[in-house]
Design a protein around this ligand. Structure first.
Ligand code: P6P
Length: 334
């Protein structure tokens, strides 16, 4: 890509602002604040092996999972960046039991609410597997100037203003949508800018990749077991057997499937009867991106984005990805 026709995230946001005539730039500033935090986290992730920030932080998060030092860094980075920006009144994080009202000078009047998983897939940090940040942005429902409440956060995905993720992989990419399609930006470290690299992403209607932790297969619902038998059969006309691709980092699995076509499934298991993935911090934002790119996302009983959240850390089963593949899984679930 010639340096002269590069479109940076900042330029893109400003160009796209015309699509939101009533916006006064707050969302644009918020997206830029997220980009700044992501660049700093990318720097920390990419030197993780060198600066003794690997390994257990010693604490465990609300999910009872060992918290890695980078989790802490990522969480604090977003609280800092979003407090400084003043656009956000309250943040909910996968790393915090309760909501985190922000205390920046202007935060109390912030128009927006953010739900964030600062470093999803963190169990992969020490083995150099791609991890990522997932974020959702809503309008606050409480009055500006008042104390934000849990009701500002517990909103269905069909109320989203924007959502996206940053994948810290072979390159660092920011992928987001404000409800008018999906665009991907790759960080160019030589200029410190996210540059438009994947405009108007559309996920293939079909694909040959299925992503699921088959180690739990004995506990899967019958329909999922039958689907998994079907994908393994040999049938050239339907490109079977499909390929199993599962790295245990949702963002990495999702991003590959988004670009190549595929289906990501985390069904109920004995250990996680409602599935393992968190509605607010993983399923809603990734489902929003999936749908904006032409994909589908469901629990098998209802559209993920229509679920009315009841608890901050609730989990739901998920079947998400290429629309024809999601439909095929649902056929087996009937
Ligand atoms: P399992 C990472 O901890 C995570 O939340 C997702 O990123 C990932 O898809 C899933 O859990 C992996 O779960 O049970 O297959 O190890």
């Amino acid at each position: 890509m010639s340096d002269f026709n590069v479109v940076t995230l900042g330029q893109f946001i400003i160009d796209k602002q015309v699509e939101f005539p009533y916006a006064k730039g707050e969302l644009s500033r918020l997206l830029r604040d997220i980009g700044i935090a992501a660049k700093i986290i990318s720097r920390e992730v990419n030197k993780a092996g060198l600066t003794q920030i690997l390994g257990e932080h010693g604490s465990t998060n609300v999910q009872g999972e060992d918290v890695k030092k980078l989790d802490i860094i990522g969480n604090e980075m977003f609280i800092w960046a979003l407090s400084k920006g003043g656009e956000v009144c309250v943040m909910a994080s996968e790393e915090n039991d309760d909501i985190v009202p922000l205390e920046g000078t202007y935060s109390k009047n912030g128009k927006y609410v953010i739900c964030i998983d600062p470093l999803d897939g963190s169990s992969n940090i020490d083995v150099n597997v791609s991890i990522g940040t997932i974020f959702s942005i809503y309008h606050r429902v409480s009055e500006p100037g008042t104390d934000p409440t849990i009701n500002d956060v517990l909103q269905a995905g069909n109320k989203l203003v924007a959502a996206g993720y940053v994948v810290y992989g072979t390159s660092t990419m920011l992928v987001y949508s404000t409800g008018k399609g999906v665009n991907g930006f790759t960080l160019d470290p030589s200029i410190g800018e996210f540059c438009l690299s994947h405009p108007d992403i559309k996920t293939p209607a079909d694909g040959k990749i299925y992503s699921i932790n088959e180690g739990n297969a004995a506990e899967f619902p019958e329909g999922i077991k039958n689907y998994l038998n079907w994908v393994k059969e040999t049938d050239k006309a339907t490109s079977r057997p499909y390929s199993a691709r599962y790295i245990g980092s949702m963002i990495a699995d999702f991003h590959r499937n988004l670009l190549k076509g595929g289906v990501f499934i985390y069904p109920p298991t004995a250990k996680s009867p409602n599935g393992k993935l968190r509605l607010m911090f993983e399923c809603i934002p990734m489902s929003f991106i999936a749908e904006q790119a032409g994909g589908k996302s469901t629990t098998s009983k209802e559209r993920i984005l229509d679920i009315e959240p009841s608890e901050l850390h609730q989990r739901v089963p998920i079947i998400m990805g290429s629309p024809n593949m999601v439909d095929k899984v649902l056929e087996f679930m009937k």
